[in-house]
Design a protein around this ligand. Structure first.
Ligand code: RIB
Length: 292
């Protein structure tokens, strides 16, 4: 069983479904409101666990109603939560999500996720050292991502950085990461002034650009490869990227080839969008394998 350590955000998603997205200054009437567990870190932890990995989450929640729900949800999904710290002085992170016109728009208020500090990570050192892969995103402070990248480099644990949401990052983090999975927009922030093909060629088998319904692009050392996604009837694309990252990490940690890992991850991500909520459609291992 692959051991995955996820270091990142745990949030509650406040989701409004509406047929129309309001313009600035406009009020529209929506159809539905729901609160569902989210946060890129927790989403990736849940997805990896459903795919059969042994998952430890490192994060922070507020000691509030959402914090309790987030913890219970992680436990229900068999994620180890001993390194998720409840704090009293800051509220749990939330994501305000509008689902409208076939796509989502998201505002994240980091709250307790901003307290995922190097010090908190240090307490989880044993879990990190004992992992086959560390999975990290950018809803936590940059200094933490930098610190984790150094730890992973030092202890020879591969780190998969999902650089979302976009922000510029240091060359050291890029060098220390074993895998980078930006979308097209995030790629331009990561490698300013560099064309996609130049970035791909500079990082063969390390840089994987997710292009939504188009597929995933990487350079295998000899040629550019585009692995297409599976066509499905999408209900909610929130969390598709998280499912991709988790599934990619699980397959790589189990020793699958890069190409097979991308295909597996594409399949898992395509299944995830067929239900409502970031975690609602995240598939089990059996569901992915039955559909490969
Ligand atoms: O990647 C999807 C996630 O991003 C949502 O669950 C939301 O919490 C935002 O952080």
């Amino acid at each position: 069983m692959a051991k995955i350590c996820v270091i990142g955000s745990c949030s509650m998603d406040l989701v409004v479904t509406s047929s129309k997205r309001p313009h600035a200054g406009e009020t529209v009437l929506g159809e539905k409101f729901a609160t569902v567990p989210g946060g890129k870190g927790a989403n990736q932890a849940v997805a990896a666990s459903r795919l059969g990995a042994d998952v430890t989450m490192v994060g922070c929640v507020g000691e509030d109603f959402y914090g309790t729900e987030i913890m219970e949800n992680l436990k229900r999904n068999r994620v180890i939560t001993t390194n998720v710290e409840p704090v009293t002085h800051v509220k749990s992170g939330i994501a305000h999500i509008i689902l409208a016109e076939g796509d989502n728009s998201i505002i994240v208020v980091k709250g307790a996720n901003d307290l995922v500090t190097p010090k908190l990570v240090e307490r989880a050192l044993d879990a990190i050292k004992g992992s086959d892969m560390v999975l990290i995103q950018q809803e936590i402070p940059e200094e933490t991502v930098s610190y984790v990248s150094e730890l992973c480099h030092k202890f020879n644990v591969p780190m998969l950085l999902n650089p979302a949401p976009a922000r510029p990052i240091s060359d050291t983090i890029i060098e220390n990461a074993a895998y980078l999975t930006p979308n097209e927009h995030e790629c331009t922030i990561l490698f300013p002034g560099m064309s996609t093909i130049d970035a791909l060629r500079k990082y063969p088998n390390k840089l994987f650009i997710t292009e939504g319904s188009n597929g995933v692009r990487f350079y295998d050392g000899e040629q550019e490869v585009l692995v297409p996604t599976y066509k499905v009837n999408a209900i909610d694309t929130t969390g598709a990227g998280d499912t991709f990252n988790a599934a990619f990490a699980v397959a790589l940690a189990e020793g699958s080839s890069i190409l097979d890992s991308v295909k597996f991850a594409n399949r898992a991500a395509s299944l995830s969008v067929t239900k409502f909520g970031a975690q609602g459609g995240m598939p089990t291992r059996a569901e992915v394998e039955a559909n490969l």
